[in-house]
Design a protein around this ligand. Structure first.
Ligand SMILES: *Cc1c(COP(=O)(O)O)cnc(C)c1O
Length: 479
């Protein structure tokens, strides 16, 4: 009896016909979004409405219609008017690699459980290390997201820089890391998970342009030492999430070298600048970092989650989770490259290298240059038209595809402007034509766009500004 349902659920022919139908739906979806046949980026519903809809659907909905229904209830990242969070419109071919990875479900923890993707992971990691400018002792791996990769890198840093084996023995002394106040919150979270506490997170103020203020590094390190904090690492953002501003990696690298700190670059968003001939200079100094994080699902057009964590000296990546004080006495790195779970937080992980390898093989590395360059260019062009318009003000001149700005009106104070910009963003969300987000910087409420879609053009951005002006005027009139 039980086998009837299982047989039906595993039936290859049933799968074939369902999959063909889904591919048709997804291809139509791409056509509707990329070519703007649909005029909504997000069909907004409140959480309550959405919960009611899907509760009812589970009881009364048509199973045949489930996938198309999902399309009508989700945000459409492939729409050129999507310009919100930093998630990439996936390249369609990665939907196919994802499908393959999902069906094969190789667990990746040991070599046998993912032979091809394990080899691909080494090839991809070596390739990215080379693009960073690392030498022959570098290596890396793929892991589930920038958040986990940053934590892993800081664990490697602690193992490498402190004389005793905290992994085995724990620690009594106050440890610390240095990081910009503008860094992604996951760095703060990683430090707390590691038991550093608030005191161990030495937040360096940012300059007026939101980059880590490198002129304060010596003072803050001295102060931490005087307080008895053993600082072992410093994190640079490439760029920071809210503003898209790159820290001065070169200067931080020299500072960390001089003070024997581990230098980690959080390039979750903009690490992919290494592929752009035009924008490589944004990450100058990245080659001096001890570790680098780059998200595949942000500026490299892959589905979530897939993140590369690269090490200048690969030995450290093998030592992170090792019980042994001196990993190299036990095993050589060359012997052990294919047992990936020894180096990652995950045990089972997805066959994520398949996406990277597929893109590299199918389109070559130029596609990463094209993507990054097109979108950073667009960020600069967008900033130019904002600057020319008296109704708008930039938070800071952008260095990437993240642009923060706000509606201004010189007869109104900041408090009122904050309320108007907040209302503008909420109206845009509920309207659903565009998708943008918001951020608060030093008490000022900004609208925030991340230009993730290579089909977004100046025409779309001009039309967004026009819409914001109209909405602001309506809100003002109701005031
Ligand atoms: C997105 C982001 C993260 C977090 O990465 P996830 O892949 O979302 O876990 C960390 N740091 C920066 C700078 C980011 O932009």
């Amino acid at each position: 009896m039980k086998h009837d349902l299982l047989n039906k659920a595993y039936d290859p022919e049933e799968f074939r016909s369902m999959a063909h139908r889904l591919v048709d739906h997804l291809a139509d979806h791409l056509d509707n979004t990329i070519h703007e046949k649909s005029n909504k980026t997000i069909p907004w519903n409140t959480p309550k409405e959405e919960h009611e809809f899907w509760s009812d659907y589970l009881k009364n909905g048509d199973a045949q219609n489930l996938f198309p229904e999902v399309l009508d209830h989700t945000i459409h990242i492939h729409h050129p008017k999507y310009m919100g969070h930093q998630v990439a419109p996936t390249l369609p071919i990665t939907t196919l690699s994802a499908m393959m990875a999902s069906l094969l479900n190789n667990g990746m923890a040991v070599y046998e459980m993912g032979m091809a993707p394990t080899a691909m992971e080494r090839i991809i990691s070596d390739f990215i290390c080379k693009k960073i400018g690392y030498g022959s002792s570098s290596n890396g791996f793929l892991t589930s997201g920038g958040t986990l990769a940053n934590l892993t890198a800081l664990l490697s840093a602690r193992k490498a820089k402190l004389p005793h084996n905290i992994w085995n023995d724990g620690h009594d002394e106050q440890l610390g890391i240095m990081v910009s106040e503008e860094a992604h919150y996951c760095v703060d979270r990683a430090a707390r998970i590691m038991g550093l506490g608030e005191k161990g997170i030495i937040k360096i103020p940012a300059t007026k342009n939101f980059a880590l203020d490198t002129s304060l590094l010596e003072t803050y390190l001295d102060r931490a030492k005087n307080e008895g904090i053993k600082v072992f690492a410093i994190v640079g953002s490439a760029p920071s999430t809210s503003t898209g501003i790159f820290d001065d990696l070169e200067t931080i690298a020299n500072f960390s070298l001089k003070n024997d700190l581990w230098f980690h670059v959080d390039g979750a968003h903009g690490g992919a600048s290494i592929f752009s001939k035009t924008y490589r200079s944004m990450v100058n100094g990245i080659e001096k970092a001890d570790s680098v994080v780059i998200d595949g699902h942000k500026m490299m057009m892959m589905p979530a989650l897939t993140t590369a964590l690269l090490f200048k000296d690969g030995t450290h990546s093998h030592a992170t989770f090792s019980q042994k004080a001196d990993y190299l006495l036990e095993q050589s790195v060359e012997e052990d490259w294919y047992n990936l779970a020894k180096r990652t937080f995950e045990c089972t992980k997805t066959m994520m290298s398949l996406h990277w390898y597929t893109l590299l093989k199918t389109y070559g590395e130029e596609i990463f240059d094209d993507y990054v360059t097109v979108l950073y260019d667009l960020g600069h062009e967008f900033a130019e038209i904002i600057q020319k318009d008296k109704s708008f003000e930039l938070a800071v001149e952008p260095m990437s595809n993240i642009v923060c700005f706000r509606y201004v009106n010189h007869t109104l104070d900041d408090h009122t402007l904050n309320r108007i910009n907040e209302k503008v963003r909420q109206s845009i969300l509920e309207d659903g034509e565009f998708y943008i987000v918001q951020t608060k910087l030093r008490g000022i409420h900004y609208l925030r766009t991340t230009l993730m879609n290579p089909f977004t053009s100046m025409r779309h951005l001009e039309s967004l500004l026009k819409k914001i002006k109209l909405l602001s005027n309506t809100i003002l009139a109701q005031h």
